[in-house]
Design a protein around this ligand. Sequence first.
Ligand SMILES: Cc1ncc(C[n+]2csc(CCOP(=O)(O)OP(=O)(O)O)c2C)c(N)n1
Length: 572
Amino acid sequence: MTNAKKLSGAEIFFESLKKEKVEYIFGYPGGANIKIYDKLNEITFLEHILTRHEQGATHAAEGYARVTGKVGVVLVTSGPGATNTVTGIADAYMDSIPIVVFTGQVPSNMIGNDAFQEADIVGITRPITKHNFLVRDVKDLASTIKKAFYIAATGRPGPVLVDLPKDVIAAECEFNYPEKVEIRGYKPTFKGHKNQIKKAAKIIRKAKRPLLYVGGGVIMAEASKELTKFALKNHIPVTNTLLGLGSFPGTDPQFLGMLGMHGTYYANQAVNNCDVLIAVGARFDDRVTGKTDTFASKAYKIHIDIDPTAIDKNVLVDLPIVGDAKQIMADLSEELFDKPREEKWWDQIKEWQEACPLEYKRPDDLLRTQFVLEKISEKTNGEAIIVSDVGQHQMWIAQYYKFNNPRSHVSSGGLGTMGFSVPAAVGAAFGVKDRPVVSINGDGGFQMNMQELITAAYHKLPIKFFIMNNSFLGMVRQWQELFHEEKYSFTDLSESNPDFVKVGAALGVESFSTNKPEEVDAVLDKVFAINDRPVLVEFKVAKEDLVFPMVPSGASISDMIHKRINPKGKKS
Ligand SMILES: Cc1ncc(C[n+]2csc(CCOP(=O)(O)OP(=O)(O)O)c2C)c(N)n1
């Protein structure tokens, strides 16, 4: 028997986080986690960021994880504290973002008794976590935390929840942090199958019209360099998913922009007509494929992904390669390089680009989101971190901001969570300090988590908060106009929106407003020169603008719409 010193569950919690080199916790205290907060007061190796809502904490952890590649950490109390994290957890799950969420829980002997602030958060989050744990014994605490971080960050990353009953946190035992984790049934494949890689190389070598369809998995795997090298050396055009933006330089002539519902005409035409489609770290999501049986129907499909369950899930492929994208792209580059391409494929792509470029009305008396975004892209040289909310502005960001680096576009892709941007930008600003962080919101989504302006103001985070105020829930209004006989049911916010400049100021953030295209340059120059505190700008933009091109939901990519179907009475 040893006489090693015993630590409390709360102490073990922090010793474990120290081992995991955690820099920040985003959290909110309450009764069930009060002992952890008690200890937190003495902790100096990490910083706790008190958000104003647990959903905010969870998106902040995601923002931090998305820009750094490290695991984001959340700490909340039981019951409502825990349930408030659900949207953020689901968001992280859909986009494969590594976060660990620690929830307080009622004492073990009261679980199942409808105790005060009891919620079965393990049950609630089972379908939206990569894994979750209820710690029943303080002796399991350190090894559970080790497992949680390991599962969150390895293979296809994702959220892990650890539920901590109050008595487990109070109990004591010796602290032993495991060096390694062995989890039966969880052994992510890292190296792609050699023969499959050779076969893929052979097929790509013969391809006449190849296309790389690249998703967020490439960014997660830190494989952007290898992917870019492979694409450039083999002269293959690249199209990105929403989450893949930044994995290949947005200014490179080989880049075709985003594909899918609001993708470019030429990217979608390339998908329709390619003979070999190389999907890397992408999951054939329905916003990308539209009708699956017509998606890339002429192509031999190669799918490179770390997650074997993503293979053949939505679209059947001809050649799967399961493993780490960084390793596989490097191996593929060894097999294949400097393949000259027939000019015909590039000539065809050029023709599509000239026939249907991205466009909007300019010059114009009305201020347009697209115009503001182009200006932001120019002024930041594609080097900023753009944290988008959800809606029309999100699609315009994907179309008009030229992302030149991975981990620069932070966006809620799979879940499409309005209210994501403000808190995610807070987390991103803690993660990256040497590049501007820009939070771009619609007037609707901004109101869903605007309380986190307070967090940004308190910590003097130099975030630029932009509101593209079109006085509508724009994206829903767009669907109402195009597909629901112009019945604008509950999407007009013009009578009920608050005064955003006053809201910003009240929450501690210097705020401006403009509706004039000619003022945009000066406003942006002014706010990008402010580096010691957050600022907010409301851009009063055209009210009834629509995002084009658009592939209607469930239609084939070839059914793309390019302009208003029914322009009656529309001013913009
Ligand atoms: C939490 C949540 N509720 C509802 C929706 C459905 N939805 C998708 S886009 C959108 C409109 C967004 O409006 P706004 O924030 O003003 O941005 P805009 O589309 O005008 O750019 C809505 C309501 C959602 N995505 N998320």
